[in-house]
Design a protein around this ligand. Structure first.
Ligand code: 5GP
Ligand code: ZN
Length: 139
């Protein structure tokens, strides 16, 4: 399934160019055109799905099965000290291209990419309450 208005579907269809690093029947990995660091790669499923919660388990497994090899290759090729694997899911989470993608971002001490990580604390009982709500949604 492709969406003719989607930029990543256009890349999959060969309608616009991309610098590819890995291709399979289920997914494609290519260089991000606006890298947060040199060697920033995107991994996408070969069929159009907007967000990860809408993917089939098989589709997600096929795509994520390539992650260890891809992350290893990015690390080896760039010599980076670490990698962030990032999936922005939904516009509120900074997803701008509405075709599921995983960012593989090389990291080094003192680099320019910073997280705001405002770790909070739960009031008594809240952590169990939320876990139970999530468990119920999983059923
Ligand atoms: P998002 O904010 O949706 O998680 O990230 C979208 C990513 O796609 C950005 O890092 C952006 O640089 C990249 N991107 C957007 N358009 C293109 C394109 O046409 N080609 C490539 N290679 N990357 C793109
Ligand atoms: Zn698409």
């Amino acid at each position: 399934m492709t969406d003719p208005a989607c930029i990543f579907c256009k890349i999959l269809e060969g309608d616009i160019p991309a610098v590819k690093v890995l291709e399979s029947p289920d997914c494609l990995a290519f260089m991000d055109i606006g890298p947060l660091a040199e060697g920033h790669v995107l991994l996408i499923p070969a069929s159009h799905v907007e967000t990860i919660d809408k993917m089939s388990a098989a589709g997600a497994a096929a795509m994520l099965g390539l992650l260890p090899r891809l992350v290893g290759a990015v690390q080896a090729a760039t010599g980076c000290a670490g990698v962030n694997v990032l999936q922005n899911n939904g516009p509120a989470a900074h997803q701008e291209v509405m075709h599921v993608h995983f960012h593989i971002i090389p990291r080094n001490p003192g680099d320019a990419f910073h997280f705001n990580w405002p770790a909070g604390k739960y009031p008594n009982g809240r952590i169990e309450e939320l876990a139970e709500a999530i468990r119920q949604e999983l059923d």
